[in-house]
Write a protein that binds this ligand. Structure first.
Ligand SMILES: [Fe+2]
Length: 334
């Protein structure tokens, strides 16, 4: 028997009639994994609707102890897996189960800024799931930010910038090493990122994806995406700031990458740095810090909500899973 109810948590936000995040707590001891899995399977459509409406659903107090349990919960949601090896993302990750991998392996002191998962590539997951195996003792929250609310506020403060984003889209440039570099939040090698083992195969894949590229002397690959959307429609009347603008502008920094070169509008013009600062400021104001407890499972609608990672001290084990691959193409707003 399982007893689940909607509860309030500190810092929870109210946007219109939605609560951010929506939190469902499993009450009492004694619920088994089988109870939890049966409940999730029975509630599947409701959970996805809640995640879409509110931006994210947090399941707290469920008997989820490790990556295997988390994998079983995800299977109960019956969503198509998005295997990380198929992604064009720049983070190094390690698979724990077929569906579950470590969240970004970047060192603890690295701040990962707000982004929609893989919005800097033509392929992105509709859903992201996180679960906490080891709660951090200091720092390490996963901040969440409602992208529709952010866009509305940004359009009031910087209408010309939002209009430029809609008209021109964004292009991202990323310098990838030849071999994985786990010291960096964006250290995934070009071999892993593109799923290839030679420069010729890399070029074929880049051509297919419409990227432009340059080989560097040290074997690194500098790749630039085609124009991608900066603003998208999550549904009718719900526009979102769907991009990696904040993360690229503030955080794409390592031995190979310089944030000032990481992002441009689709026509190659630089972004208005003052407007980007306003976007960063708004995202900070709108952040809900998910302070992890062991066993937490978060279901995030990646088309509605951005996520980030605070630096931390000591141990922290948060695992992730992606579902339902979608594609995006830039279509200028005329
Ligand atoms: Fe992410």
């Amino acid at each position: 028997m399982i007893d689940v109810e909607s509860v309030a948590v500190d810092g929870q936000q109210q946007h219109g009639d939605s609560r951010f995040p929506y939190v469902l707590a499993c009450r009492g001891e004694g619920a088994s994994m089988k109870d939890a899995v049966d409940w999730v399977a029975a509630q599947r459509d409701r959970l996805l609707d809640l995640a879409n409406q509110h931006g994210a659903v947090l399941l707290r107090g469920f008997p989820v102890e490790n990556a295997e349990d988390f994998d079983t919960i995800i299977q109960a949601l019956a969503l198509e897996n998005f295997p990380y090896e198929k992604s064009l993302s720049n983070a190094v990750r390690i698979n724990r189960t077929p569906r579950v991998f470590s969240a970004n392996e970047a060192p603890p002191e690295v701040n990962i800024f707000f982004h929609h998962e893989m919005a800097q590539t033509p392929l992105f997951p509709r859903w992201i799931l996180f679960s906490c195996e080891v709660a951090p003792t200091e720092g390490g929250a996963t901040p969440l930010c409602r992208s529709d609310v952010l866009l509305e506020k940004l359009a009031q403060r910087c209408p010309e910038f939002v209009s430029a984003c809609e008209r021109l889209g964004l292009r991202y440039t990323n310098v990838m090493p030849e071999a994985d570099d786990a010291k960096s939040g964006m250290g995934r090698s070009w071999r892993s990122t593109l799923g290839v083992d030679s420069k010729a195969a890399a070029e074929n894949r880049l051509r297919e994806l419409n990227y432009s590229w340059k080989w560097l002397d040290d074997g690194c690959l500098s790749a630039t995406t085609p124009p991608l959307p900066a603003v998208a429609s999550a549904s009718e009347n719900r526009r979102v700031f769907f991009n990696q603008l904040i993360a690229a502008f503030c955080g794409w920094k390592d031995d190979r990458n310089d944030p000032s070169k990481a992002i441009r509008h689709g026509d190659g013009t630089p972004l208005d740095a003052d407007a980007v600062k306003v976007a960063v400021e708004l995202s900070d104001q709108l952040a809900f810090d998910l302070q992890w407890q062991v066993g937490d499972v978060a279901l995030i609608d990646n088309t509605i909500t951005m996520h980030a990672r605070r630096p931390f001290v000591g141990k922290r084990k948060v695992v992730a899973s992606l579902a339902e691959m979608q594609t995006q193409m830039f279509e200028p707003v005329t």
